[in-house]
Write a protein that binds this ligand. Structure first.
Ligand code: NAP
Length: 273
């Protein structure tokens, strides 16, 4: 018995020392759009939790923060992926065809709530098409390309990053019609996709992250050093805390097939569709 305990402790120390996850037990996540913002924070937190991480970005060569993270976590692999490039998606899905993916985290999108050519009366139709292609069409294509990888895993979850602004019920102004439309459309597409794949045991869950304080601006000692926008966000208490990323990971880990009909918010509450 004592020998068994010593062997187990030695194995645990080896895993900690090597900095690698135990391949027998580690779960695998693929996160899109992981060079910055929420995506980068997801990569950091999944890596710290010992997951095997496939971190995709459109341009690995300029993703310096992501590359630095990958250099310090041996189980983080950086891959190139643009969700509007179907050939690239197919090639990546093929490269990982024997890898079960526990969580497919559809994070990458054109996040244009406050910026971009996005106002009624001044609609830039080429831009609108690009937003819809990226935030809706590409998301389904990635989901379908990686369905077998997810279905072959233990956790079998596709976590779809939507937005509070995607709630039709909550519309109170004409702000950000392109972005809101893209997320409302994404919600419907993924809600129906969830019905289509639930018999495979695959959970497709729509989650709205807040505007998460990934740079910890709320903890800066002297807020006057921040940009005007960030000063306003901090003063108005508009940021969701950095911990929201971890809460979303916990939420994703807790999901079951019963949750596919719910529009989830990062903090575990529910939004109206
Ligand atoms: N921050 C917010 O206020 C907020 C609120 C609600 C919902 N969200 C949602 O949360 C997610 C992340 O937001 P964020 O704040 O981290 O936004 P962000 O800082 O603008 O980052 C979004 C990332 O999406 C990726 N992306 C853009 N076009 C892409 C494409 N064609 N293919 C693949 N990836 C693409 C880019 O990653 P790469 O450069 O690495 O390719 C980009 O860095 C988005 O889905 C967003 O809509 C954000």
């Amino acid at each position: 018995m004592l020998q068994l305990r010593i062997a187990l402790i030695a194995a645990a120390l080896f895993i900690l020392d090597s900095g690698s996850a135990d391949p027998a037990t580690a779960k695998t996540v693929l996160v899109t759009g992981s060079s910055q913002g929420h995506g980068l924070a997801f990569i950091n937190d999944y890596a710290e939790r010992g997951w095997t991480v496939i971190a995709t970005t459109r341009t690995p060569s300029t993703a310096t923060q992501l590359q630095a993270l990958a250099a310090s976590f041996p189980d983080v692999t950086v891959e190139e992926l643009d969700v509007t490039d179907f050939a690239e998606i197919d090639a990546l899905a093929d490269k990982y065809k024997n890898t079960p993916i526990d969580v497919l985290n559809l994070n990458g999108a054109i996040n244009t709530f406050r910026v971009g050519r996005n106002t009624h009366g001044e609609t830039d139709y080429a831009w609108l098409e690009q937003v819809l292609k990226t935030n809706i069409v590409g998301q389904l294509y990635v989901s379908e390309a990686f369905l077998e990888h997810v279905a072959a895993s233990d956790q079998k979850t596709i976590a779809v990053m939507s937005a509070v602004g995607g709630s039709i019920t909550n519309v109170r102004s004409a702000t950000a019609p392109s972005y809101r439309t893209s997320k409302a459309g994404l919600n419907m597409l993924m809600r129906t996709y969830g019905e289509a794949v639930k018999d495979r045991g695959v959970i497709v869950a729509v989650i709205a992250p807040g505007t998460i304080d990934t740079e910890n601006y709320m903890k800066v000692e002297d807020p006057s050093t921040l940009s005007d926008r960030n000063q306003r966000m901090v003063a108005a208490n508009s940021y969701a805390p950095r911990e929201a990323i971890g809460k979303m990971i916990d939420l994703i880990d807790s999901l079951t097939l019963d949750d596919i009909s719910t529009f989830h918010k990062w903090d575990g509450t529910t939004l109206p569709w």
